[in-house]
Write a protein that binds this ligand. Structure first.
Ligand code: NAP
Length: 517
């Protein structure tokens, strides 16, 4: 996902220490698992006539927005949501002195899918929260956590207190597979499972039964990989992560010996990304059956795209299903179109049509999960395109709703990795700032100090930055020496811990009040 131009790089190493997720390492210090990335990076900058090309593949740098001060107070923006798109948007706005950003989040804890969506065995990815912590500490940034827009506050309330409202609410639902049997006990979605694994408070009671030998996951994107990895990884390894205690307890008693990831198309059309395939094959036993190996060979013979070829070459080297089972394994299966889930009282298997043929194939399974993508949800008072499940927008400006903007998955659909949201958010912020500079945004009707009062009246259990820091510190302390943190999984528990946060001193209250005026 990240390439370094060997010609432009001056080997200063600054990026290695600055990268919040440890994604950059010196080529001399790579682990065996990381070695394939040397070749991938080199292939991205192919040699031409023995000489490296100039830095033609550098991404264009998006300049910081330039806010022109206007009468009516500093630019004040409400951001709804606190995941990567929200935090990158806040950061972009706060590059300008005097701008104020208020971030509203439904849960008492911030950072959206980084906390509740990134798999617990990907702790280095979760380290991006350190960058978000730095953003949240900038002057002008304020958290309003445990506050739901649409319940405690309306869009109109937010517009009365801000020049603009930027929604970065992601895509909270799943795409549903419309086949018979999807309502049987023992069916579910991979995204719900990820939320359960990560201790999201709304998914703690998810009934996850792992008392059968096989799990089938429909769809082969990165989310399917995340779930399959967690289901096949030694629980003692997971116990050193921030996985929820309830998920770990179920995984310790798991009887699952095989997770089949079933794709409806062929190997060349696999939805997972190359870095995730490299990561999966480096940590888990991944196999293919003989017929699928032949599909890989056939695809390799005609594929020309270098990245897809890289994927196929890795698939071609995978072991066979006939190998003896020594630990739980993952099987990648192709050309299987789901037709119906089998079972009377609960799931016993799933029936597929072999794509492009009349043949039918049945797989026994005790758990059938769909992993066919996330889906955006309509936002009150904003237009919604139900077909693609996004808010219709032009580069982030919501169509037909002055003062409303979108960034992240609710703007462009559920694709891309965390970093994709940086340029996405920057683009939206540019439109917003242009509109502000052009005098198209209405000034807030209330003083800044009135917002705090309004929110506390509507939601007395509002959690502020100090409250979140108390939750964060308590979770890290509970994690002890072996785990990065032990998460609270109930909102009531989180709110109680937030209430133990030290109250602001008179001096801090005075400074805040002066800033608000
Ligand atoms: P995804 O990458 O869009 O994959 C969806 C899968 O579902 C595809 O295999 C697709 O097959 C299949 N599918 C869709 N409709 C189907 C149907 N009706 N029947 C059978 N199969 C169907 O979705 P995702 O895995 O949820 O990931 C969402 C985004 O988050 C992706 O951009 C992903 O890369 C990103 N993500 C990244 C990471 C990471 O970087 N580590 C981790 C997690 C997620 P077709 O291709 O045939 O439609």
């Amino acid at each position: 996902m990240l390439y370094i131009d060997p010609e432009a790089c001056v080997d200063c190493g600054a990026c290695v220490s600055a990268c919040p997720v440890g994604a950059i390492a010196a080529d001399t210090r790579l682990t065996d698992k990381q070695l394939p990335f040397i070749e991938l990076n080199a292939a991205f900058y192919p040699k031409r006539e023995g000489k490296l090309p100039p830095t033609s593949k550098l991404a264009p740098v998006i300049a910081a927005p330039n806010v022109t001060a206007r009468p009516g107070g500093p630019l004040t923006v409400a951001i709804v949501g606190s995941g990567p798109a929200a935090m990158y948007a806040a950061d972009e706005l706060l590059t300008q002195r005097g701008v104020r950003v208020n971030v509203f989040e439904k849960l008492p804890t911030p950072y959206g899918l980084v906390r509740a969506g990134v798999a617990p065995d990907h702790q280095s990815t979760k380290r991006v929260t350190r960058l978000f912590d730095v953003i949240a500490k900038q002057p002008g940034f304020k958290f309003f956590l445990n506050v739901e827009v649409g319940k405690h506050l309306s869009h109109a309330d937010l517009l009365e207190h801000h020049h603009a409202v930027l929604y970065a609410v992601g895509a909270p639902n799943d795409r549903r597979l419309d086949i018979d049997g999807m309502d049987l006990p023992g069916t579910g979605t991979a995204t719900e499972m990820v939320a359960w694994i990560n201790g999201h408070p709304e998914f703690t009671d998810l009934p996850v039964d792992l008392s059968h030998e096989r799990v089938v996951i429909v769809g082969n994107g990165n989310v399917a990989f995340d779930v399959a990895r967690v289901l096949t990884t030694d629980p003692d390894v997971l116990a050193r992560t921030d996985i929820s205690d309830h998920a770990l307890a179920v995984l310790r008693n798991s009887k699952v010996s095989e997770v089949v990831i079933a794709a409806r198309r062929g190997p060349a059309e696999s939805a997972f990304t190359l870095p995730e395939l490299i990561g999966l094959t480096a940590t888990c036993d991944v196999v293919l059956d003989e017929a699928d190996h032949q599909l890989v060979v056939a695809d390799l013979a005609r594929e020309t795209d270098p990245l897809t070829r890289n994927k196929l070459e890795i698939l071609a080297k995978l072991g066979n299903t006939s190998a003896p089972l020594t630990r739980p394994r993952i099987r990648l299966a192709y050309r299987l179109t789901p037709q119906r889930v089998l079972g009377e009282d609960r799931v016993t298997g799933i029936e597929f049509g072999v794509t492009g043929t009349d043949q039918v194939r049945t797989l026994d399974a005790g758990l059938v999960l769909t992993s066919i993508g996330y889906r955006g949800k309509a936002i009150a008072d904003l237009p919604f395109d139900d077909d693609v499940a996004v808010v219709p927008n032009d580069a982030g400006r919501v169509r037909g709703a002055s003062g409303a903007y979108v960034a992240g998955w609710i703007k462009r659909g559920p694709t891309g990795f965390i970093g994709t949201n940086k340029s996405c958010a920057a683009q939206t912020v540019h439109q917003l700032v242009d509109d502000y500079n052009a005098g198209l945004l209405t000034d807030p009707v209330h003083k800044a100090s009135a917002l705090d009062k309004l929110v506390r009246t509507r939601q007395p259990a509002m959690v502020d930055a100090a409250g979140w820091q108390a939750i964060d510190a308590a979770e890290i302390a509970r994690g002890g020496e072996d785990r990065p943190r032990d998460k609270f999984t109930s909102v009531a528990e989180m709110v109680a811990v937030a209430a133990t946060a030290p109250k602001p001193t008179v001096r801090q209250r005075l400074t805040a009040s002066l800033q608000a005026h």
